[in-house]
Design a protein around this ligand. Structure first.
Ligand code: AMP
Ligand code: MG
Length: 353
């Protein structure tokens, strides 16, 4: 299959290229597009055949449901039984990086929801995403546009790497702003529950709707809890090299740095290629210690870490490193979401010093 890469010139009136992609989407094609979180791989959500092609292109397990992207809040009613809480959340956070899970209506094929009776819905804020959805006239099922298991794409080049020859269009809208996937909150039951942490934090949700739970499977991933978001059970975001997080309960940064340097030395002496991922503050201490040393933003500005995380993990792949060591990012708010992704990328491998 030929994959056409087009640039999203959403600031001009020249929408020709994007329009072709929108028509293709409406005809059952696959179109990757930028959102404010990560790049998505879109198909008509109400066309079971089209949605099925997403799973093929990504190599995604078929029980892992897709998020339906809409461009108008009212469209939520077309596909879900909307309740008060969902309405309030949509008003507060849409368009934006919040996905809301609700009981689905019959019009949504089980092929889109991975066999579930609920549907996950989001209205993105990225102007290219909104325009594509509007122009296509369909509701757009869109998981992240990466090969299943790899880090999510934060720029069009990442999508080109994974999806060339497998999908119809890639719309290049530059680098995304947030860099990690949307927060998923399930409001289909009694107590609203976070199924995946993201840029919209627990506190932000609670300020609007009161007490919110976190899916216990996120807190204790190794204790056999089954996550309510099927996708959260899979190895994810993982680089090819083995990633280990190093942390100190006593907040002893120097001890962490020493440990990482020691680990890197040992692996290099054994003949392996080693990568280190660190924030601006400690970066210089690792220079020359590993084959590849990458900056993952500024610890005091968590949003910069979220924005660089997946790109860095992919760069380690490009550099073919065998082992990666990274400082961890424990904390509340956005840090909680960053650590959720890092722990999954590391297969929960954490070394305490
Ligand atoms: P991705 O779009 O690649 O970020 O993955 C979508 C995530 O949303 C996966 O973790 C899915 O398991 C989750 N998800 C989608 N629909 C539902 C649903 N109806 N109930 C719970 N989780 C869902
Ligand atoms: Mg994904």
């Amino acid at each position: 299959m030929k994959t056409t890469v087009v640039r999203a010139q959403y600031k001009t009136k020249d929408g020709n290229e994007l329009t072709k992609a929108a028509i293709c989407l409406a005809d059952g094609g696959l179109v990757a597009f930028p959102t404010e979180t990560v790049y998505g791989l879109g198909a008509d959500a109400l066309n079971a055949e089209a949605a099925k092609r997403i799973y093929e292109a990504k190599g995604r397990p078929s029980d892992n449901p897709l998020i339906v992207h809409i461009a108008k809040v009212e469209d939520m009613d077309k596909i879900a039984h909307v309740n008060e809480m969902a309405t309030v959340l949509a008003q507060a956070f849409w368009p934006g990086p919040l996905t809301i899970v609700l009981p689905k209506k019959d019009i949504v094929p089980y092929g889109t929801t991975g066999g579930l009776d609920t549907v996950a819905i989001r209205m993105p804020s990225h102007p290219v995403a909104l325009r594509l959805i509007e122009e296509s006239g369909v509701l757009v099922a869109a998981p992240s546009a990466n090969t299943s298991g790899r880090p999510s794409p934060t720029k069009a080049d990442h999508v080109v790497e994974d999806m060339t020859g497998k999908i119809d269009y890639i719309i290049d809208g530059g680098e995304v702003g947030i860099g990690i996937e949307s927060t998923i909150v399930d409001v289909s039951g009694e107590i609203p529950t976070i199924l995946r942490p993201g840029f919209i934090t627990k506190k932000m949700l609670e300020d609007v709707i009161g007490p919110v739970m976190i899916d216990p499977a996120l807190e204790k991933p190794l204790d056999g809890f089954r996550p309510k978001a099927p996708g959260m059970k899979y190895t994810h975001y993982a680089p090819k090299g083995e990633l280990t997080l190093v942390e100190s309960d006593a907040d002893d940064t120097e001890a962490v740095v020493r440990q990482i340097i020691q680990l890197a030395k040992e692996k290099r002496e054994a003949g392996f290629r080693v990568g280190i991922m660190a924030p601006e503050g400690t970066l210089s201490q690792y220079q020359g210690v590993a084959d590849v040393v990458l900056c993952v933003g500024n610890r005091d500005e968590q949003s910069t870490v979220a924005a660089h995380l997946y790109g860095a993990l992919r760069d380690f792949d490009t550099e073919n490193v065998d082992y990666i060591y990274a400082e961890s990012f424990r904390g509340d708010g956005l840090s909680y979401a960053i650590m959720n992704r890092l722990l999954k990328a590391a297969g929960q491998r954490v070394m305490k010093v």
